[in-house]
Design a protein around this ligand. Structure first.
Ligand SMILES: Cc1cc2nc3c(=O)[nH]c(=O)nc-3n(C[C@H](O)[C@H](O)[C@H](O)COP(=O)(O)OP(=O)(O)OC[C@H]3O[C@@H](n4cnc5c(N)ncnc54)[C@H](O)[C@@H]3O)c2cc1C
Length: 475
């Protein structure tokens, strides 16, 4: 690969390939062959583009793979500020995404994607985002894409045809910025695009605002407020609703107690301890009572700021789990994280610099969708951008950028429409739960006398079992 300042981060690929991703013998060196041919004196294709990526999450990788497959001579270099991908949530990926990936005739990509698709199918459409990203990186490495990761490679400024990272600079014909939802590149691109006097000087990230401004988006809306609650339990436990019969038996009770559908997951921490995670919808007021908390600074149940109503809901959930699953909660282990289900699309996702270089914003930096659609949407949009770049010449870049802008916007509108429909259904369900908790004739009305008597005899937690919904048992 011809020169790029800096060295590949040590250890990034030192781990052995997971066996499911191991490429067959015959393909083992195919990626290196491209590099070897160039080292052996194969003339460089001077018409080939130099494409740089800021961020190396799943969208950037997938985009780069399609570009490399379409035009193997493209000189691709990727920069990632973290040595390891940190987001370790599970994502749901539609098989449809794979159907739209063309892969062309590139044997490594075809083989790698087929294995990845098979793996995801066998896990019923689920995969950890980190595993997905690691598998894409392995394919990229085999295809001869240059990847640099670690704090030295944090992109700190972008200019006209030049990207500056902490330990050097790289030149580009096209720059694809997929640096996540709180993208600095998005701000930098808008700074360039909004300034009619921009002449190509570097836009330095540290000089840009550190908060996401509404002006960066065309349509930004928080559709729902949610909270994730994690707590530990002693000994074994199981999900409240783990099969269809169980769903019918418990779902109504639980949804009524929580005024929301609840998603539950269980993870074993060690032989004696399990971690339960639940996600459910909350009101704006409850969400605001958790203000300041996030995934790296979680709230506690004992915090006086947390709304009493929310505390009551969590205790009622735990009481239900105690009653039906004999769950033995380790008190004080509760961690609360508020988050929103939001929708946004960046005001602009491409810009052509004064010297004709193309800058594109992709992935979460460009479009965010709720209900598990963000990655699914951009796997398709990003692949199309990768292929379009693979067919572009320097003279075509402006046209490619414009077509990408239109396509990304169209997809965002369509996906946004579907998200709003789903949101409507959720709101109807929430309203129904609110109403059935209010009506006089509800069959599960609280028997206050009974509760009072029981409260005399049982602990505070046990008293929570007698929440109207908990008392219903079986709806
Ligand atoms: C809990 C949760 C569950 C989800 N489930 C689903 C799902 O089921 N289905 C779905 O479609 N989507 C889902 N999503 C969304 C999905 O995870 C994202 O859409 C996807 O990860 C976005 O990928 P990305 O490459 O755009 O950005 P990211 O994954 O955020 O990657 C951006 C990368 O850029 C790097 N970076 C940032 N700034 C710089 C810089 N200055 N220099 C160099 N590198 C930089 C970051 O370190 C990071 O590695 C979920 C998200 C969450 C949080």
């Amino acid at each position: 690969m011809d020169a790029i300042p800096g060295r590949p981060i040590s250890g990034l690929f030192s781990a052995p390939l997971p066996s499911a991703m191991a490429l067959p013998e015959g393909l083992e060196n195919t990626g290196d062959k491209y590099i070897e041919e160039r080292r052996a004196g194969k003339p460089l294709n001077h018409r080939a583009l130099k494409v740089v990526y800021a961020g190396m999450g799943p969208i950037a990788l997938q985009n780069a793979l399609q570009l490399k497959a379409r035009q193997p001579d493209t000189d691709i270099v990727m920069f990632e500020k973290r040595a390891e991908y940190t987001r370790n949530h599970t994502v749901n990926i539609d098989d449809q995404c794979f159907r739209s990936l063309k892969c062309y005739d590139h044997p490594i990509l075809k083989q790698g994607m087929a294995q990845l698709r098979h793996k995801i199918r066998s896990q019923h459409g689920h995969i950890s985002c980190k595993e997905f990203e690691t598998d894409l990186k392995l394919i990229a490495q085999k295809m001869g894409i240059t990847m640099h990761a670690g704090s030295d490679y944090e992109v700190v400024a972008i200019g006209d045809g030049k990207v500056t990272f902490k330990s050097g600079e790289a030149l580009f014909d096209a720059l694809v910025c997929a640096d996540g939802a709180h993208s600095k590149s998005r701000k930098a691109l808008l700074t360039m695009a909004d300034n009619p006097d921009y002449r190509g000087e570097d836009v330095v990230f540290s000089e840009l605002s550190s908060t996401d401004e509404d002006s960066e988006f065309t349509a930004k809306k928080d559709l729902q407020y949610r909270v994730r609650v994690k707590y530990q339990v002693q000994g074994p436990t199981k999900k409240l609703a783990s099969g269809w019969l169980n769903v019918f038996r418990y779902a109504y009770v639980t949804f009524k107690a929580m005024l929301s559908p609840v998603e539950e997951r269980i993870r074993q921490l060690n032989e004696n301890t399990n971690e339960v995670t639940i996600d459910f919808f909350i009101s704006k007021k409850e969400f605001d009572s958790l203000s300041g908390y996030n995934f790296s600074n979680t709230g506690k149940l004992s915090d006086s700021m947390v709304s009493d109503r929310l505390k009551e809901k969590i205790k009622n959930w735990q009481a239900l789990k105690y009653k039906y699953c004999q769950e033995s909660i380790i008190s004080g282990t509760e961690e609360l994280t508020p988050y929103t289900l939001s929708i946004f699309h960046a005001r602009k996702v491409h810009h052509v610099t004064p010297s004709g270089k193309l800058i594109c914003i992709a992935g979460d930096a460009a479009t965010s969708l709720p209900y598990y659609r963000s990655l699914n949407n951009f796997l398709v949009v990003g692949a199309k951008l990768g292929r379009a770049l693979g067919s572009s010449t320097r003279a075509d870049l402006a046209k490619t950028g414009k077509a990408y802008e239109q396509y990304a916007r169209r997809r965002a509108h369509w996906e946004g429409f579907k998200a709003k429909l789903k949101n409507f259904v959720i709101n109807v369900m929430k309203f129904y739960l609110w109403v059935v908790n209010k009506v006089l004739w509800q069959i599960n009305a609280r028997d206050s006398q009974k509760v009072r008597e029981q409260k005399k005899h049982i602990s505070e937690r046990k008293a929570d079992w007698h929440h109207p919904a908990a008392a219903l048992m079986g709806g």
